[in-house]
Design a protein around this ligand. Structure first.
Ligand code: ADP
Length: 232
């Protein structure tokens, strides 16, 4: 595979708590080509969130190498890691994670303020992102004034405004009813068709089939991989 956007080599994550050692992720090798839509599946406790945290530079591996767009990122300093995370990765979490006292537009703009970018460009990106998720008329609202489905669309807008190399989604429909869940999955589908690389954790087998490939974890190891013909 030439130049995968993500390459993990022998990645391991061990947690130590109260003298208990948990091998949350063990000896994981993954290559994800640019533009692929990947689902990570597995039972509760199988290491899905830990793996997504490693991919998202929210955590560091105990061992192994992570190459993001060909560059080693596993041993970056905290500050560099935060910069790469902010500039190259987008996140959508189950719990939306919007800031309650900032407007929708301010929530989307906030991560961009940490980047060297003129205010006019930030505003352009915020407007484009709001339009992309069908929320242009909601920019001045506070998150609490929106439904859960709308809040998750704002979270998707915040992620895509950064024009990330990879979008990481952890149970993005977990707090939504099926109608809103379908709408958010539709948005991810569109982003994928526009070229975004997506790695998503989901428990929902129907939604997993939206992806092109599923990586199945069990006890922190990859036990199976499947490709979906129906994938986006
Ligand atoms: P999943 O997302 O598939 O439910 P997790 O990645 O959350 O799985 O957890 C994998 C294993 O690692 C579990 O046994 C869990 O208890 C453990 N684990 C996860 N995070 C931590 C942590 N911060 N400290 C200690 N153990 C953890």
């Amino acid at each position: 595979m030439s130049n995968p956007i993500i390459r993990l080599e022998g990645v391991q994550k061990v947690f130590h708590t109260d003298e208990v050692e948990t091998h949350a992720v063990s000896d994981v090798h993954i290559e994800i080509p640019r533009g692929q839509y990947v689902c990570i599946a597995g039972p509760s406790g199988s290491g899905k969130t830990t793996l997504l945290s490693l991919l998202g530079l929210l955590d560091t591996p105990t061992a192994g190498t992570y190459l993001l767009d060909g560059k080693p990122v596993s041993s970056l300093s905290g500050r560099e890691r935060a910069r790469v995370r902010n500039e190259q990765l987008g996140f959508v979490f189950q719990s939306f994670n919007l800031i309650g006292d900032l407007s929708v537009a301010e929530n989307i703009e906030l991560p961009l303020t940490y980047r060297a970018m003129p205010a006019s460009e930030r505003r352009r990106r915020v407007e484009a992102a709001l339009e992309r998720v069908g929320m242009s008329h909601r920019g001045r609202h506070l998150p609490a004034q929106l439904s859960g489905g709308q809040q998750q669309r704002v979270a998707v807008a915040r992620a895509v405004a950064g024009e990330p190399l990879v979008l990481l989604a952890d149970e993005p429909t977990g707090n939504l009813d099926s109608k809103n869940g379908d709408a958010v999955m539709g948005l991810l589908h569109e982003l994928h068709r526009a070229g975004t690389t997506i790695v998503m954790v989901t428990h929902n087998p129907e939604y997993a089939r939206h992806a092109q490939r599923t990586i199945h974890l069990f006890d922190g190891r990859i036990v199976e991989e499947s490709q979906h013909e129906r994938g986006a």
